[in-house]
Design a binder for this molecule. Structure first.
Ligand SMILES: [Fe+2]
Ligand SMILES: [Fe+2]
Length: 378
């Protein structure tokens, strides 16, 4: 007897589409077949440690909301959603047109009239929110809501499946890094802060039209940035943990950590199928090229200007800024002003000047990150 392979039909491609954005578009297309009122689906994610929500993926004719983040405390309705673990229906968004916050206003201004928001959870952990919007007011009746709950569940499990898997993989790498460098001065909250400076810079660059970035890429950049020094796993202890200055020979060994980082990612990619993780090339670029400088004097490949991927240029600025403003055994923590003055000297020659400018302009956001992730000894 011959096997018969049945196509998934409407949801074809859901499990092999390359990006979350594409997966969401497939789901939207399937839903639209019989629920024409659904004009937009979007997902925002929650950063529990900063207590902020950031835009992640969307599907719809237009996109009124990108590269956007807001404090959850500024949005009472989303706070409720998180607390009650229940969906929320708004039948007439016009009521909010001068309403509760920027994102609701922007959605309403775009002509969307009703909204159904469903919170996503991983057990007790709040992951974010799925939004369904319609151009019609009172676009959702009870029967539709039932079905939307199912679709929200599907989106929730996709996120759990893929994004949580990536988060766990990053967590495992971070622990490995901690094991080898637990005496390394570069510990404390360095990784937490530099990941958030990276996200901040990327969001601003994206708003200014940087083509290589979208919300989904920015989220992965945020996830992968802390692994920039993963290659230090391969540096011998006597060099990695040496309290004093490295001599020339030792420095040469230390500088191999970026090429080692790339090898580690490639090896694990081969062995455990890391390729299945979305946007893994970002991790590859970041770990290999974060010490390249735009004048071509960096290492390991002396890349110049655009040869260095934008995500890597961002991480380099975030990493150096945090290194300067953190206390290390051999130096005091610099003030933000002094650190930014130093970065400005490097801008254009070594570092991407736009990235440096964003840190200069986003003083308050930078200070907020520093406040949230203070080092104990500071
Ligand atoms: Fe490094
Ligand atoms: Fe670092």
């Amino acid at each position: 007897m011959e096997d018969i392979f049945v196509s998934n039909g409407l949801l074809d491609g859901l499990y092999d589409a390359a990006s979350f954005d594409k997966k969401l578009k497939i789901i939207h297309r399937a839903l639209k077949q019989h629920l024409d009122a659904i004009d937009r689906i979007s997902v925002i994610l929650y950063d529990a440690r900063m207590e902020i929500l950031t835009t992640f993926i969307h599907s719809g004719r237009d996109n009124p909301l990108s590269f956007y983040e807001c404090k959850i405390e500024k949005s009472p309705s989303l706070l409720q959603l998180k607390k009650l673990k229940k969906p929320r229906l708004v039948n007439d968004l016009d009521l909010f047109s001068d309403g509760e916050n920027e994102h609701t206003r922007k959605i309403a201004d775009q002509g969307y009239h009703s909204s159904y928001s469903v919170p996503m959870f991983d057990g007790e952990n709040f992951l974010g929110v799925v939004f369904f919007n319609s151009y019609q007011s009172h676009g959702f009746d009870n029967k539709i809501l039932l079905e939307l709950n199912l679709y929200a569940q599907l989106i929730n499990s996709l996120i759990l499946n893929k994004l949580q898997a990536t988060r766990m993989m990053v967590g495992a790498f971070k622990s490995a890094l901690n094991l080898v460098s637990y005496k390394d001065p570069e510990t404390g909250n360095h990784l937490e802060r530099m990941a958030r400076y990276s996200r901040l810079i990327a969001q601003e660059l994206a708003r200014d039209g940087e083509p290589g970035l979208n919300d989904e890429i920015i989220e992965h950049l945020f996830l992968f940035a802390p692994l920039h020094d993963i290659g230090k796993i391969g540096i011998p202890d006597n060099i990695l943990l040496k309290p004093g200055k490295l001599d020339d020979a030792e420095w040469k060994v230390m500088k191999t950590h970026s090429a080692i980082g790339r090898d580690i990612i490639d090896t694990i990619a081969d062995q455990i199928g890391l390729e299945a993780f979305e946007h893994i090339h970002l991790l590859r670029n970041i770990s290999e090229s974060h010490h390249e400088t735009i004048d071509g004097q960096g290492y390991p490949n002396q890349l110049m200007n655009d040869e260095i991927a934008i995500e890597t240029q961002i991480v380099a600025v975030a990493d150096i800024f945090d290194a300067l403003t953190s206390k290390r055994p051999y130096k005091k923590a610099w003030t933000n002003e002094d650190a930014l003055e130093e970065l400005q000297k490097l801008a254009g020659a070594k570092l991407n000047g736009d990235c440096v400018n964003i840190l200069l302009q986003k003083k308050q956001a930078v200070e907020e990150i520093q406040k949230r992730f203070q080092d104990e000894s500071n």
